[in-house]
Design a protein around this ligand. Structure first.
Ligand SMILES: *[C@@H]1O[C@H](CO)[C@@H](O)[C@H](O)[C@H]1NC(C)=O
Ligand SMILES: *[C@@H]1O[C@H](CO)[C@@H](O)[C@H](O)[C@H]1NC(C)=O
Ligand SMILES: *[C@@H]1O[C@H](CO)[C@@H](O)[C@H](O)[C@H]1NC(C)=O
Ligand SMILES: *[C@@H]1O[C@H](CO)[C@@H](O)[C@H](O)[C@H]1NC(C)=O
Ligand SMILES: *[C@@H]1O[C@H](CO)[C@@H](O)[C@H](O)[C@H]1NC(C)=O
Length: 308
């Protein structure tokens, strides 16, 4: 009896010892692609591989549903919920992980961070051209799948049909229709804690627990209207298309700290980066400069213990 107790105590000690080793060695990252992308396409898999090669850390692109089709037509709340279930089934992430997301994938990533119960912690989060504060208009002179879908649904974007059958409807925010948006958009108002009286402090606490938030905006982005949405900048409520965009620090989301962006910024944990190029046209140089360092942090666990 006593002998077997000793043996199991020894086994527990040994396994703690063994399991603590891989944990402190490498924090993996996961990547979420954007609208019209899929993990297996060349561009996305090259980006994932580039970041693995240059950081020396493991990483993987996490697919939502069947890839391209679901990125167009599956509502974002459902995409975020799939991401949540998938992440919890990846044992290598159980001690924490970093996120890199492209474009619309950022709203999946943020849904994962804010809404996912009993999930492992996200440590650093790097956002490439994310429509964080919404998109206000159909991009000009464009004929990509995104534009076709936007043109088809824009007028009725807050209808249940559009909300339930397209992904971008989850983040269209028409400045002249804020009431309609707050009442009928099924994704962004919740994600950004925008509805008066319905702000959930759990979402804020989770977002605020990031160690680093890197927001990359593309100077020539013509897909996101306005491009400053990548930094949480946006038009003021009621604005017309000629009204200047508010910088992030002047928005209510920031000043009233709805999701903790101000708290993170005050703590020096937010980097607002602007790079040349069109939507998600990031150079290898800029990836190495602004993304790779956030995938390479080894001192995370010791620092976590210090703060407890
Ligand atoms: C992906 O990477 C391969 C080799 O590294 C390269 O030949 C190819 O052109 C890249 N494709 C894209 C779409 O970037
Ligand atoms: C990653 O490294 C491998 C091995 O050196 C190389 O074959 C591959 O082209 C690299 N891919 C990218 C996208 O950097
Ligand atoms: C806030 O969100 C958490 C996590 O999803 C949930 O458990 C809680 O019930 C929500 N609180 C309110 C007041 O809705
Ligand atoms: C940005 O757009 C301007 C005007 O269209 C163009 O002249 C410039 O070359 C573009 N720069 C980059 C880095 O794409
Ligand atoms: C690395 O981790 C430390 C401590 O957790 C943090 O202060 C620092 O900002 C991190 N650096 C990067 C580049 O993520």
């Amino acid at each position: 009896m006593e002998k077997s107790f000793q043996r199991s105590a020894l086994l527990v000690t040994l396994s703690l010892f063994f399991f603590s080793i891989p944990v402190s060695l490498s924090v993996p990252f996961v990547l979420f692609h954007g609208f019209g992308g899929e993990c297996s396409n060349d561009k996305v898999s090259n980006l994932t591989q580039f970041l693995i090669n240059h950081s020396g850390y493991p990483g993987t692109c996490v697919e939502i549903g069947d890839g391209v089709k679901d990125s167009l037509f599956m509502p974002l709340r459902q995409q975020a919920s799939i991401a949540c279930e998938k992440i919890k089934q990846m044992p290598e992430l159980s001690e924490g992980y970093n996120i890199v997301a492209e474009s619309q994938g950022n709203l999946v990533a943020r849904g994962l961070i804010e809404f996912c119960d009993n999930a492992p912690p996200v440590i650093n989060y790097v956002s490439l051209g994310g429509p964080h504060a919404g998109v206000a208009a159909i991009p000009e002179g464009c004929d990509s799948a995104f534009c076709i879908l936007m043109k088809a649904f824009f007028a009725v974007i807050y209808s249940d049909f559009a909300q339930d059958h397209t992904a971008p409807s989850g983040y269209v925010k028409k400045p002249m229709e804020i009431k309609n948006y707050l009442e009928h958009s099924k994704y962004l108002p919740k994600l950004n804690n925008e509805r008066p009286g319905e702000k959930n402090s759990t979402f804020k606490d989770r977002f605020t627990s990031l160690q680093n938030l890197v927001l990359i905006m593309f100077q020539n982005d013509t897909i996101l209207v306005p491009r400053e949405t990548s930094w949480f900048g946006y038009y003021p409520d009621g604005a017309s298309s000629s009204t200047p965009v508010l910088p992030p620090q002047k928005t209510k989301l920031y000043t009233e700290d709805w999701i903790g962006l101000k708290t993170l910024d005050d703590a020096g944990k937010v980097r607002f980066i602007s790079v040349p190029g069109g939507h998600i046209e990031i150079t290898e140089e800029d990836l190495v400069k602004y993304v790779v360092p956030y995938l390479q942090n080894e001192s995370l666990f010791s620092s976590e213990h210090e703060t407890i």
